[in-house]
Design a protein. Structure first.
Ligand code: UDP
Ligand code: GLC
Ligand code: MN
Length: 361
């Protein structure tokens, strides 16, 4: 087949919201290339249909989990062991070259020139710039590389318990060998305010091509006013408001009407909301429910209902009245010609210490 593709990954319907917005952002900047999404069994049928309406390829793969809680705790993202599932992207051998791109990114301008780069090209990580950030990287699909990465994972593990640690250990000469594999930061602008970031953002922000909303507070979890259509950025991130607003504008224009109540997670809940109209009591109740769910999962809506002032107000109100929420792979797995030699990967358990390759299924 040949050709190039942008590839993302989603393991559930909430992250699928990110993938849908990302896909529309890529179409909006008129990419010339295919859009592929890797999905796992946790994505509902109704969400698969919607993904298929914008992505060229929806490919089901098995979940790969590092199960390395010890290292994930250091990263403070215990849920990211499953990002090992990203490795399946190397199995898309129908393409010559691809760019993996996280579902929590937004493409602001056409970046098709990235396909001129070679494997493994990526931008520096903000936390440790001698490592690359694995939210955006150029790679060449290859069954051999995939097998080799799987062996490596089983033998060496990953220093952060997730894909970024593993890929930096595997492509270990990235920091010093070939500068053409260092992508400029504007191709993966990680939205985290660290020392020196604010001044640089003021100077270079307008050149940004790909924004990456890293960290636990994703655009779809922020306080969005359904009446005014304005999104409120998290504390200390006011400069990101225009970028978060682009995310929500695409969501409102292209994604919201596609959501149904048969979808899971936040996608199902958001399908029940109306946008741009006065809030009914029912809508208010749904919004309260979404916030309660987000709160319970540890996503606190700092600027909106969960802001300190609001929490204090609630406490005071309460005191004053005292006493008183595997199925068919489209191309690869179902095609007859591949079914004999396909690699079956089940869950893998990569322990924090190296384990023998024999434990891989
Ligand atoms: N991901 C997913 N389901 C999850 C967590 C992550 O599908 O529950 C995928 C998704 O493509 C996501 C990527 O893995 O963008 C990496 O995770 P995340 O973006 O949350 O990590 P961060 O960039 O914040 O470190
Ligand atoms: C990083 C990357 C993300 C990756 C995660 C875990 O912050 O942005 O793509 O999945 O670390 O390694
Ligand atoms: Mn990310």
């Amino acid at each position: 087949m040949g050709g190039f593709a942008w590839v993302t990954l989603v393991t559930n319907d909430s992250y699928s919201l990110g993938a849908l917005v990302l896909a529309h952002s890529l179409r909006r900047v008129r990419t010339q290339h295919d859009l592929a999404v890797l999905i796992t069994p946790g994505v509902t049928e109704s969400m698969r249909e919607k993904l298929a309406s914008i992505f060229t390829l929806v490919q089901e793969v098995n979940l790969l989990d590092s199960k390395d809680q010890e290292n994930l705790e250091v990263l403070r993202r215990s849920e990211l062991g499953i990002t090992f599932t990203k490795l399946h992207c190397w199995r898309l051998v129908q393409y010559d070259k691809c760019i993996f791109i996280d579902a929590d990114t937004l493409v602001i301008r056409n970046c098709d020139e990235l396909f001129e780069r070679e494997e493994l090209s990526a931008a520096p990580d903000v936390g440790w710039p001698d490592c690359f950030n694995s939210g955006v990287f150029v790679f060449r699909p290859s069954q051999e590389t995939f097998n080799s990465l799987m062996r490596f994972a089983a033998n060496k593990g990953s220093f952060d318990g997730a894909d970024q640690g593993l890929l930096n250990m595997y492509f270990s000469d990235w920091a010093h060998k070939d500068m053409s594999k260092h992508l400029p930061f504007i191709y993966n602008m990680c939205s985290t305010a660290t020392y020196s970031y604010a001044s640089a953002y003021r100077q270079y922000g307008e050149n940004v091509r790909i924004v990456h909303f890293i960290g636990a507070t994703k655009p779809w979890l922020l306080y969005f006013d359904t009446v005014t259509g304005i999104v409120h950025p998290p504390p200390g991130c006011n400069h990101l408001q225009p970028l978060l607003q682009i995310w929500w504008n695409i969501f409102c224009d292209n994604v919201h009407s596609q959501l149904t109540n048969t979808m899971g997670g936040l996608a199902g809940a958001l399908s029940k909301l109306t946008l741009g109209e006065c809030r009914t009591d029912e809508q208010q109740a749904i919004e309260d429910h979404i916030r309660k769910q987000n709160w319970e999962q540890g996503y606190i809506d700092f600027m909106g209902r969960d802001s300190f002032d609001n929490i204090l107000k609630k406490i005071n109100e309460t005191l004053a009245t005292a006493p008183g929420i595997t199925s068919p792979i489209t191309e690869i797995e179902e095609s007859q010609e591949n079914s004999n030699n396909r690699v079956e990967i089940q869950e893998i358990a990569v322990e924090s210490k190296p384990i023998s390759p024999g434990t891989l299924n």
